[in-house]
Design a protein around this ligand. Sequence first.
Ligand SMILES: *[C@@H]1O[C@H](CO)[C@@H](O)[C@H](O)[C@H]1NC(C)=O
Ligand SMILES: *[C@@H]1O[C@H](CO)[C@@H](O)[C@H](O)[C@H]1NC(C)=O
Ligand SMILES: *[C@@H]1O[C@H](CO)[C@@H](O)[C@H](O)[C@H]1NC(C)=O
Length: 442
Amino acid sequence: MGFLFLVLLCLLFFTSTEANQQCRLRLNNLLGGMNPNPSTLPTATVSSASVSGSPSTATSTSALPSRTPFDYANEKIRGVNLGGWFVLEPWITPSIFENTNDDAIVDEFTLGQRTDPNDTLKMLQNHWDTWITEDDFAAIAAAGLNHVRIPLGYWSVPLTPSDTNQSTSVSPYIPGAWPYLLRALNWAATHNIHVIVDLHGAPGSQNGYDNSGQRTDNPQWALSSQNVSRTIDTMVFVAREIGGMIDVLELLNEPAGFRSETFADVTRQYFQDSYDAVRGAVGDDIRIGIGDAFLGVDNWDGFLTAPNGQGVIMDKHMYQIFSNLELSRSNDEHISFACSQIPDLVSYAASNIWTIIGEWSNAPTDCAKWLNGRGAVAQVRKMNVFADWYWEVQIEIGERINGWIFWAWKAENADEWSYQRGLEGGWIPQDPTSRLYPNICS
Ligand SMILES: *[C@@H]1O[C@H](CO)[C@@H](O)[C@H](O)[C@H]1NC(C)=O
Ligand SMILES: *[C@@H]1O[C@H](CO)[C@@H](O)[C@H](O)[C@H]1NC(C)=O
Ligand SMILES: *[C@@H]1O[C@H](CO)[C@@H](O)[C@H](O)[C@H]1NC(C)=O
C-alpha cells in the first residue's frame, strides 16, 4: 500500500466535524545501527509446480479445483488486498514489530537484519499460517468479492541460479513464504476467488517505502540493471511456477516514477521487457498488471495497448491522504475530488487498457493507529459518520472502469483500512453492489 506509515503518531482522532487533520506523515530515520550478516536460513523446499498442475506443498496434493474463468472485459473486479501477509507493514501488524522490543526494526529488511533468523523464521511461519486462513477466503467470497490481490516480496520467490544470471541471495530477508502462497492459491480456487499476484518488493526497493520491504531514502532498484534483470527473471519464474493458478501477474507495485527521470524511464522499459519475457515464457493466457508509477494514467497513453500488448491491466492507486493538501480536504471535498477523477479514468480505460483502482481505503486521514491504545469500538462509532459515504464514492470510481480492490482485508487495529471490520461494523455493505447513495457523483 501507499506511503509513509511507519511512525504515525496519531494523538487526536478524526471526527465528523473536523476534517482538518491532526495526524501528519512523519518521516523517520531509524535505519541506523545495522547488524551485518545474519546466518543463512532454510529456503522453501517446494518443488516446481507446473503451470497447469497443482502446487506441491505439504498441505495439498489434491487436484486444483477448477474456477469459473473471469471475463475481464465485461465483469467488474471487486476485491481486497491481502496486505500485511507476505510483505509485513508495521501499521498493519504492529504486534509483530512491538514484540521485537527493538525500535530500529522498521520493515522486513531490518527485521531480518536485527533478529535471530531461526526465531524470526518461526515467528513468520506462524504469521503466514494464521494472518490469512481458508476461512478468510470463504468470508471474502461470502462478501460478494471475486478477487484478492496478494502482495509478494522478491525474497519469497525461490529463484535458483539456473533461473537468473544475477544474485539469488535474499539476505537479510528471511525467505519461506512461497509454500504458504501456493496453499493460498488452492484456497482461492476452492472458493472461486480470482488472484492477482503482485510484486510488492523488488530487489533494491522500487520506492523506499516500508511496504517494499525496505524503508530507505535511497531506493536502488531502478539504478541497478542487475536488480532490474533479476526482477524480470523473478517474474518469469513466478509465471512459470504458478501462472496457471493465478489470473493476473502484476509486474511491480508502486515504482517511484516521481523520483527521477531514470526511475520513470527504467520503470517503463521494465514493464515492456518484463511483459515480453513473461509472454515469451508462458504465452498469452495470463493477464499482466502494470501501474502508473505515480505519474498519472495519462502518462501511459498508448502503452502496451493492442497490438503491442494484450490482456494488460493498469492498476491505479488512489489515496487522498499522503500530502498536506489532501489531508486538508473536508469530507465534501474528499467526495468531490474522488468524483472528479472519473472522467479521466474512464477515458483512459476506454482508449487504452483495462483499468482498476487496485488500492484505496476508507481512511480520510493518516491516523492509522500504531502507537495509541484507543479501543476499536470508539473508532468504529466515529467512523460510521463518513466511512460508508466515502466507501461508496470510491466504489463508484472503480465500477465505472474495470473494478476495484480495497486495501486491505485485515489490519490489527486500523479499522478504516479493514474490509473485514467494515463488514462487521456496517459501513461496508454485505453486498458490494448495494448503494445507500446512488448517483453520488451526479
Ligand atoms: C539456526 O538453526 C540451524 C539448524 O537448526 C543451525 O544450524 C543454526 O546454527 C541456527 N542459527 C542460529 C543463528 O542460531
Ligand atoms: C544467462 O547468461 C547466458 C549467457 O549470456 C544466457 O544464455 C542466458 O540466457 C542467461 N540467462 C538468463 C536467465 O538471463
Ligand atoms: C542490486 O544491485 C546492486 C548493484 O548492482 C547489487 O549490489 C545488489 O546485490 C542488487 N540487489 C539484489 C537484491 O540483487
